[in-house]
Design a protein. Structure first.
Length: 176
């Protein structure tokens, strides 16, 4: 069974759907907050020219999803699947950001739960590549049970920490 990169996923708080070209303006209005990116290796992603490149890459990846607050219908962020590896039975989840008003756990946790639950239909593990100075993202994936599993260079050649969730160890934690 081939991995589905852009499913529509729905939870109590969030609806995740495939990213569309016409989402740029609304998504950029969320991403234009410099504090979202302050710990990220690409800390200038709040700038329109830098975000435009991020958005282009997201569209080309074929795995990007937007997060919509079910209660308000507002687009509040995005995430994506990347580098499905059938041999290793793994896929990466990353490039995740949420509007600051949605920080604090419940929304990110549901986003990750929905994405991990979908991924575990196809793979045995999910990985997250996180910049060494991105302490917020490290804590967020640790809260859902991901464990540090090494280091490697990311897409932009910068060193990242590799966090991993194994299906057999995660089912109880996330309710998957």
């Amino acid at each position: 069974m081939q991995f589905q990169y852009q499913p529509t996923l729905e939870g109590n708080l969030l609806r995740l759907r495939p990213l569309l070209a016409e989402d740029f303006d609304v998504l950029y209005s969320v991403a234009s907050d410099p504090l979202i990116w302050e710990q990220h290796p690409v800390s200038e992603r709040y700038r329109e020219d830098v975000f435009r490149e991020f958005f282009r890459e997201a569209m080309e990846s074929g795995g990007a999803l937007v997060a919509i607050d079910v209660a308000s219908g507002k687009m509040i962020g995005s995430s994506r699947y990347y580098e499905y590896n059938q041999e290793k039975s793994e896929v990466e989840i990353g490039w995740t950001f949420l509007a600051r008003s949605y920080w604090g756990g419940a929304y990110n946790r549901e986003m990750k739960r929905l994405m991990v639950e979908h991924a575990f239909q196809f793979v045995e593990s999910v990985i997250f590549l996180i910049g060494p100075q991105n302490f917020r993202s490290q804590k967020a994936v640790e809260k859902i049970g991901a464990v540090l599993d090494g280091r490697r260079d990311g897409v932009y050649g910068q060193e990242h920490l590799v966090y991993r969730l194994h299906r057999d160890l995660t089912e109880q934690l996330l309710g998957v």
